[in-house]
Write a protein that binds this ligand. Structure first.
Ligand code: UFG
Length: 323
């Protein structure tokens, strides 16, 4: 297939683009490099640098079988401080993309939605029919897009899938997490191991969980990429399906840090810090629907494997940045 990957210079987008190229698809990456990296665009992709709202039309005019839409702003804290960046950068830009897809009759869309659309869970594990009550503009912007996609599918025949990611981690060889502003637990802990940070802060040790630290559901980025490929082939015209993607197992912040210690052999000093605003105590996905309908089987669910792949990438990244 000829596929357009927006945000293909970012973490998840670059990994998925690499999988698509390996499978022989013809891939065009669109990215404005605001947070992505030019050297993360996999070999074999055509690269269009620019504002998605501007370049989507001309790119789709050349013909495409589908769009995988990863490009987005994704910092929860920033979204609270600067909501305009999320309403404009995520919602308005995606509306322009949807219009370009309609104009050029692009038949399929796979969209990167998020667990943040649910907000504080009322029941764990979280299934797709859970209430959606996002607690920050980031989650709200992704939920608004999900609604827009549903109406485009119903009215214009788009075949659409939204994938609601839980905590994506790990790496795919040379493709991994390289955020300028890093907020995610595993890369932060590994920055202590590479000497870029002195210690990791544990945001709260008084949560209602067995060891007092927050529990999250970590999914390997390669398992996530597999789900995108399945979503592309299962997308049905006129239908918008939503799937949660996690491994279904929760690990506490302490367990993650202990795993990082075991994998890196570094003592990884950790300090107690206040709770981070907006963090729910436990977020674990039910991915039963993705298993039943897409036939998705995550195979890299071992947290030590996820951390080991992230660690290999972190070492490569520091070597690259030093030279
Ligand atoms: N944490 C720390 N110290 C750190 C960083 C994180 O203790 O230095 C804790 C957090 O408080 C949280 C856990 O580690 O309990 C995981 O935090 P991350 O920032 O790695 O991930 P989140 O669960 O906050 O974020 C994920 C996705 C977001 C999404 C959000 C929905 O990465 O994109 O879930 O709640 F918006």
């Amino acid at each position: 297939m000829r596929l357009v990957v927006t945000g293909g210079a970012g973490y998840v987008g670059s990994v998925c683009a690499a999988h698509l190229v390996d499978l022989g698809h013809d891939v065009v990456v669109i990215d404005d490099l605001s947070t992505g990296h030019r050297d993360a665009v996999p070999d074999g992709c055509r690269f269009v640098e620019g504002d998605l709202a501007e370049v989507a039309g001309p790119t789709l005019a050349e013909g495409a079988d589908g769009v995988l839409h990863f490009a987005a702003r994704s910092l929860v804290g920033e979204s609270v401080q600067h909501p305009e960046r999320y309403w404009h950068g995520n919602v308005v830009t995606t509306l322009r993309l949807l219009e370009a897809m309609r104009e050029h009759r692009t038949p399929r869309l796979v969209f990167s939605s998020t667990a943040a659309t649910y907000g504080e869970p009322t029941r764990v594990p979280i299934s797709e029919d859970a209430p959606t009550a996002p607690t920050n503009p980031y989650g709200a912007s992704k939920l608004a897009i999900d609604h827009a996609i549903s109406s485009y599918a119903a009215a214009h025949g788009l075949a659409a899938v939204s994938l609601r990611y839980f905590n994506v981690a790990g790496a795919h060889g040379g493709f991994g997490e390289r955020h300028t502003v890093e907020t995610h637990l595993i890369p932060i802990v590994l920055q202590v191991a590479t000497g870029e940070r002195e210690a990791v802060q544990i945001y709260g040790e008084d949560w209602p969980t067995p060891d007092g630290t927050c529990i999250r559901d970590y999914i390997h980025v390669d398992d996530l990429a597999d789900a995108h490929l399945l979503a592309l082939t299962h997308a049905t015209p006129g239908t918008h399906r939503v799937y949660n993607l996690g491994s279904g197992t929760g690990f506490s912040v302490r367990e993650v840090i202990d795993t990082c210690r075991a994998v890196t052999g570094h003592p990884l000093p950790a300090r107690s810090a206040p709770r981070r605003a907006g963090d729910p105590a436990v977020l674990v996905a039910s991915s039963q629907r993705a298993r039943d309908e897409l036939g998705w089987r995550p195979s890299r669910t071992d947290i030590a494997r996820i951390v080991a792949d992230a660690w290999e990438f972190a070492q490569r990244r520091t070597a690259l940045e030093v030279h």
